[in-house]
Write a protein that binds this ligand. Structure first.
Ligand SMILES: [Zn+2]
Length: 199
């Protein structure tokens, strides 16, 4: 169907490379770009270039931040820097922030351990977390996802934190096994964090 419209075919092929964009939506998104005015398309291209140029990992927690700045959580003086909530991804962090229950700071691992996919400890931001907990940290809360990989990642890191001065906890169940924080409602996240149990 797209054979006679090679430019449109290229757009659909490009969209198909975007993870999480459901394949049933590819044609709708392609049609959107054809129907909006040039200014909208230019704006999107400009924003994409800008975000690529200006956004980096926060030097402390590895969340996203504006280049050469700390992220909004690490930069906030009222956040409790002695309590670190460990999450797999930035979007998990956003889900917890939306729930509005946590007043500490975060550490983003960049994923979870998955030997089958070749993701080992050195592929995640585990070493910087272990360095961080050496400095005045009282509690580390693991909020990795309740998947086998998330559980294994939390156990692996918890075993590396040897200081007896640090309380290590895991968010409470209530999140259904196999689900991810990103798609969990705020009330459930609230309960999971306030009901956390010691590792
Ligand atoms: Zn940060």
């Amino acid at each position: 169907m797209l054979k006679n419209v090679p430019s449109l075919q290229r757009l659909v092929d490009q969209l198909r490379r975007i993870p999480f964009l459901a394949s049933r939506n590819l044609y709708r998104v392609a049609a959107y770009f054809l129907e909006v005015n040039d200014q909208e398309v230019d704006q999107l291209c400009a924003v994409l270039r800008e975000v690529r140029a200006n956004v980096r990992r926060c030097a402390v927690c590895y969340s996203w931040a504006e280049k050469d700045s700390l992220c909004i959580v690490c930069a906030a003086p009222q956040r409790d820097k002695t309590t670190i909530c460990v999450v797999e991804t930035w979007h998990d962090l956003c889900a917890i922030e939306r729930a509005g229950v946590f007043r500490g700071v975060y550490h983003v691992l960049g994923g979870s351990l998955c030997p089958l996919e070749g993701i080992g400890p050195n592929d995640l931001f585990i070493a910087p977390l272990l360095a961080r907990v050496q400095n005045d940290v009282r509690e580390v809360i693991f909020a990795t996802n309740p998947t086998p990989e998330g559980e294994a990642t939390a156990s692996y890191i918890a075993a590396k934190i040897t200081s007896s001065d640090i309380t290590i906890s895991r968010i409470a169940s209530g999140l259904s096994t196999g689900s991810t924080l990103e798609y969990t409602d705020s009330v459930t996240i609230h309960k999971a964090i306030s009901g956390r149990r010691q590792f």
